[in-house]
Ligand binder design. Structure first.
Ligand SMILES: C[S@@+](CC[C@H](N)C(=O)[O-])C[C@H]1O[C@@H](n2cnc3c(N)ncnc32)[C@H](O)[C@@H]1O
Length: 268
C-alpha cells in the first residue's frame, strides 16, 4: 500500500443523502442485538459508549434509545448532519466530527466502543485502532459488528468481476478482513470473549435494477478510485449483462445476511 493511501479515508459525504435508503440492516435487528447485549450484561444502562465511524447513526441511535450514553464520531459532517436529524429528542446521544486516525482532543474515556464497517475505509486503520484503544477505560469493551452477506448481490459481484477483467484497480482503503483487525487488537492487549448470542439473521429481496441503481449512485466505496471513464465503462458492461438475463432488471435475488458480532475486552 502506498504512503499517500495510508492517510486517506473514504469520506461518505457525497452519498450521505442516499445512505439510509440504501442500507439492508433493519432497525428491529439492531434493537434485538442491543436488547440481547443488555440481557447478558455485556451492556447496561448508563454506560458511556462511542460509535466510531457512526455514519448516520444506525447503531448510535438504537444504543442510545436503550439508555446508553452514546457519542457518535465520524469524519463526514454530512453523515453527522443526517445522524443528528435521525436522533432528535435523544438528549444523551451526541455526535462529534473527528478523524479516527487523528484523535488528539478527546478527553472523555468510554466503557465501550462499537465499530461497524469502519476499518475497511480507513487507510491508517492500525493507527485508528490504537487511538480507539486509548479512548477506552480499563477494562473496556470493543464490539465489532458487521451485516455479513448483505451486500454481495450478483450485480455488485458482476461489477467487480468486469472491473477486474478490464484490469482496473480498485480496493478498500483500509482493512476489510475482520480476522486481521481482531488479531491487531489482540496484539494491542485485548482478549476475545465468547458471546452467547444466537445467530441473528434476516432476509430481503433485491432486484437487479435496484442493485444497479446503487452502483449508478456510486454507493460503494471500494469503487471510488476508478476514474469516471472506467466507472462508466464497467456500468455499461454490467447493464448489458443484466439485460441478457431472462428477466433482465426485474430479476430478483434473495439475500440472507446475518450479524457478525465480536466482543473484545481491553485488559490493561
Ligand atoms: C460504511 S459507513 C458505516 C456507518 C455506520 N457505522 C453503519 O454501520 O452504518 C463508514 C463510515 O465511516 C466514516 N469514516 C471513514 N473514515 C473515517 C475516519 N477516518 N474517521 C471517522 N470516520 C470515518 C465514513 O464517513 C462513514 O460514515
Amino acid at each position: 500500500m502506498n504512503a499517500l493511501r495510508r492517510n486517506t479515508s473514504a469520506d461518505f459525504s457525497a452519498i450521505a443523502a442516499d445512505y439510509d435508503s440504501s442500507r439492508f440492516l433493519p432497525r428491529s435487528i439492531v434493537n434485538d442485538l442491543v436488547q440481547r447485549l443488555l440481557n447478558i450484561a455485556v451492556l447496561h444502562q448508563g454506560m458511556a459508549g462511542l460509535d466510531a465511524g457512526c455514519g448516520t447513526g444506525c447503531l448510535t441511535i438504537p444504543f442510545g434509545e436503550a439508555g446508553i450514553c452514546m457519542t457518535g464520531l465520524d469524519i463526514s459532517e454530512k453523515m453527522l448532519e443526517r445522524a443528528r436529524a435521525n436522533a432528535v429528542s435523544l438528549p444523551h446521544v451526541t455526535f462529534r466530527h473527528a478523524d479516527v486516525q487523528r484523535i488528539h482532543d478527546f478527553h472523555v474515556r468510554y466503557d465501550f466502543c462499537v465499530v461497524s464497517k469502519l476499518f475497511q475505509h480507513v487507510g491508517s486503520w492500525e493507527c485508528a485502532a490504537q487511538n480507539l484503544t486509548s479512548l477506552l477505560r480499563n477494562p473496556g469493551l470493543l464490539i465489532l459488528i458487521n451485516e455479513r452477506g448483505a451486500f454481495r448481490n450478483s450485480v455488485r459481484l458482476k461489477f467487480s468481476e468486469i472491473a477486474r477483467a478490464n484490469k482496473f484497480e480498485f480496493s478498500y482503503k483500509g482493512c476489510s478482513n475482520i480476522e486481521t483487525v481482531i488479531d491487531y487488537f489482540v496484539a494491542l492487549g485485548f482478549c476475545v470473549e465468547d458471546l452467547p448470542l444466537p445467530r441473528i439473521e434476516w432476509d430481503f429481496r433485491i432486484s437487479y435494477d435496484a442493485a444497479f441503481g446503487h452502483l449508478e449512485r456510486k454507493l460503494f466505496a471500494e469503487f471510488w478510485d476508478l476514474t469516471s471513464t472506467q466507472y462508466r465503462q464497467v456500468l455499461t458492461e454490467t447493464r448489458s449483462w443484466i439485460d441478457e438475463q431472462p428477466s433482465g432488471g426485474h430479476t430478483e435475488e434473495k439475500m440472507s445476511p446475518h450479524l457478525d458480532v465480536h466482543l473484545l475486552r481491553k485488559l490493561n
